[in-house]
Design a protein around this ligand. Structure first.
Ligand code: ADP
Ligand code: ADP
Length: 228
């Protein structure tokens, strides 16, 4: 579903951030990219939704080159979760999550139902939390809202860039468990970036290990543990 063919990225200052990588992510797969800081994980992720242009090679989504998609069509179909979730402080949780579904002109009741369902799914009772402002939630709860916001309009693909790395260990563990539940229920094609091997082993269907812009190994958690 997401296919990289000899993809490279060189920044204008000459940094070779990504060097001729290839992989093929299946529909519904949870694909984790892991490696040390600076190895090219974020660059790889941001090329998928065209936040960063490629220098070389081709990325396909559903068999079509990403360069051939209308940029709005592409971005609407890809949810994106960052390390620092930026919720709009003057809007309620529900309003924050509704932004993309509203842009897609979903019907009001459908949006409400969807948001309440997602909030409940990650343990944020919608009657309690839907009408609160972001500052009335803990960091971990805000991060949950960030994850839901990316899922709200039902994109085919979710990109996550170290979404839990700013959290304390307990919140982090809880969010990983939530994500495992969401994964079972929603079966979204997900590309998840982390530098935490425990997190990767817990969440991944397949793990892609990067080093200095190249792919060192790709395999299931089982394959990596038994054949490191
Ligand atoms: P990671 O996500 O694994 O930490 P990045 O993809 O952010 O790695 O960065 C890969 C390499 O590219 C690093 O050497 C980084 O310093 C460099 N890099 C990232 N963004 C830019 C940029 N906008 N301009 C120049 N170099 C960059
Ligand atoms: P991340 O935590 O996602 O790896 P960073 O904190 O490394 O991101 O970088 C934040 C921003 O700075 C990104 O937009 C990245 O492209 C840019 N950046 C990273 N490294 C460099 C660099 N060496 N030169 C210029 N910009 C960079």
């Amino acid at each position: 579903m997401i296919k990289f063919e000899n993809v490279s990225k060189r920044y204008p200052d000459g940094t070779a951030a990504v060097d001729s990588i290839q992989f093929d992510i299946q529909q519904g797969e949870f694909f984790v990219i892991i490696g040390p800081s600076g190895c090219g994980k974020t660059t790889t992720l941001k090329m998928i939704n065209r936040l960063i242009p490629l220098t070389d090679g081709t990325i396909f989504i559903n068999g079509k080159k990403i360069s051939e998609y209308d940029i709005h069509e592409l971005r609407w179909n890809i949810g994106y979760v960052l390390q620092q979730i930026a919720l709009f402080p003057h809007m309620t949780i529900e309003e924050n999550i509704a932004i993309v579904p509203e842009m897609k002109k979903w019907e009001k009741n459908k949006i409400k139902t969807r948001i309440h369902e997602l909030l409940d799914m990650v343990g944020l009772d919608h009657e309690t939390y839907a009408h609160r402002k972001p500052t009335e939630l803990s960091g971990g709860q805000q991060q949950r809202v960030g994850v839901i916001r990316a899922l709200a309009a039902d994109p085919e693909i979710i990109l996550m860039d170290e979404p839990f790395s700013a959290l304390d260990p307990i919140s982090r563990e809880k969010l990983q468990d939530d994500l495992l539940d969401l994964k079972k229920n929603l079966k979204k094609t997900t590309v998840f970036v982390t530098h935490d091997m425990r997190e990767a082993l817990k969440l991944a269907d397949r793990i892609c290990i990067m080093k200095e812009g190249k792919i060192v190994q790709i395999g299931t958690p089982h394959e990596l543990v038994t054949n490191p």
